[in-house]
Design a protein around this ligand. Structure first.
Ligand code: SF4
Ligand code: FES
Length: 255
């Protein structure tokens, strides 16, 4: 696309969590180097739709603008991705069209327009106690040392940005199941491998053996393909599946 041409943006909107959704269309001059967040900023600066009617700016979440905070996930041309790293030039190339569609993630309650309530992920992280427990905020000195090979295995898992894309694309994450999703399982592995965090290892494994736990995974592997931070999710699920099984056997024989 060349300068002077027009981009069309079709946005699924919803005024409140219970209001009906509708599509509103916008047009704007093409400029090279736009991302989806900057498209939404341009609409906010001049919120007039293609019918020439003044409307409200689009509501969406965004913070870091560099794929770190995880807040801006949405459906862009039908695919779950981050608005700040979704480049308009690539999107137009991908569809060979001058139209980009935006919609909120489909498996999370809509707050307004493109903003959704993703608190289910944080509730799931609480279920598996995805943290290192501490008994205060005073200086505890340096933590225990970790072997470089453990650091290398843990580092990619620590890159999770809580964007919930892995849950959005997972067929097992739906209203019929309580499946916690790949991100929570990966974070349980991350903290089980931590020399201090491993004090809660057994509790995490038991949390993953109950309702909504690891047995709900259907190995569709959509998560690992869609994760914007390339977490080794299927490996984490497989490792945690083994550990959950071992924990179940241990609990059974010690009854
Ligand atoms: S595992 Fe990947 S897709 Fe899932 S929440 Fe973390 S960064 Fe997002
Ligand atoms: S704005 Fe932070 S990840 Fe997109």
């Amino acid at each position: 696309m060349a300068k002077g041409q027009t981009i069309k943006v079709e946005i699924k909107r919803q005024a409140t969590p219970d209001a009906p959704s509708y599509t509103e269309k916008f047009e704007m001059p093409y400029r090279p180097g736009l991302n989806i967040t900057s498209v939404l900023v341009e609409i906010a600066a001049n919120p007039v739709n293609t019918e020439g009617k003044e409307t409200s700016a689009i509501t969406y979440d965004s913070n870091c603008l560099e794929e770190i905070c995880g807040s801006c996930a949405m459906l862009i041309n039908g695919k779950a991705r981050m608005a700040c790293s979704a480049l308009v030039d690539r999107l137009l190339d991908e569809t060979k069209s001058d139209t980009i569609t935006l919609a909120p993630l489909s498996k999370f309650p809509v707050v307004r327009d493109l903003a959704v309530d993703r608190s289910v992920l944080f509730e799931n992280l609480k279920k598996v106690q995805a943290w290192v427990p501490i008994d205060g905020t005073y200086d505890l000195g340096p933590g225990p040392k970790q072997a470089p090979q453990i650091q290398e295995e843990r580092y990619p898992l620590s890159n999770c940005i809580s964007c919930t894309i892995c849950m959005e694309v997972c067929p097992q994450f739906n209203t019929q199941t309580n499946f916690v999703g790949a991100a929570t399982i990966a974070q349980a592995k991350l903290f089980n491998m931590d020399p201090s965090g491993s004090v809660l290892k057994e509790e995490r494994l038991r949390a993953l053996s109950g309702d909504g736990g690891i047995q709900e995974c259907g190995f569709a592997q959509n998560c690992v393909q869609a994760c914007p931070k390339q977490l080794p999710l299927t490996e984490a699920i497989s490792d945690m599946g083994r550990d959950v099984f071992i924990q179940k056997v241990k609990d059974f024989v010690s009854r």
